[in-house]
Design a protein around this ligand. Structure first.
Ligand SMILES: [Zn+2]
Ligand SMILES: [Zn+2]
Ligand SMILES: [Zn+2]
Length: 171
């Protein structure tokens, strides 16, 4: 196992982009599946696109290191455009696809009788379980968290990313 692709770590700063990826991407010590110097567990295979420069970064610390401007979250009026990269299979997801996993359960349980239209109460925010992800990650189980997985290749995503969604997606 001498040639594990995840051992290939590259640091790319603006204006260069990492040519291993089909989308413009940069960051610090990025491996072939978009893990970075800051987020490096088995499930840290998501790169997020930023509104300020429309490039993808494994995390906001990578953005900070690779550019010299203030990070801006992906704007809500562009949620139907690709804004999330799965480092495992290279697929891009729209912000809506990525974030929808979060809303699905919510919607299913509260669909009846609610007056739905136009109400933007940001439902995901009520659940605060900060440290569960750690345990979940350790156990390697993703049975109840299919939400936090790539819809294309089923790679597990770090559920913690969504806890920081306000950094990455305009709310
Ligand atoms: Zn930027
Ligand atoms: Zn990073
Ligand atoms: Zn994938």
């Amino acid at each position: 196992m001498g040639t594990n692709p995840t051992d290939d770590r590259r640091t790319t700063t603006a204006p260069a982009t990492d040519d291993r990826f089909a989308v413009p991407l940069r960051g610090v010590a990025v491996d072939a599946e978009t893990r970075c110097a800051h987020w490096d567990s088995a499930v840290d295979v998501v790169a997020l696109r930023f509104g300020c420069c429309a490039a993808y970064y494994p995390c906001d610390a990578c953005h900070e290191a690779a550019t010299d401007h203030e990070a801006e979250p992906w704007p809500r009026d562009r949620f139907d455009e690709p804004a999330v990269l799965c480092g495992a299979c290279g697929a891009t997801l729209t912000a809506r696809e990525y974030l929808d996993g979060d809303g699905e359960a919510q919607r299913a349980s509260s669909s009846e009788g609610q007056s739905p239209s136009g109400n933007r109460a940001s439902p995901g925010d009520s659940r605060a379980k900060p440290d569960d992800s750690e345990a979940q990650r350790a156990s390697g189980s993703r049975t109840q968290s299919s939400d936090d997985a790539c819809p294309r290749c089923d790679a597990a995503f770090n559920p913690g990313c969504r806890a920081h969604r306000d950094r990455y997606f305009e709310s």
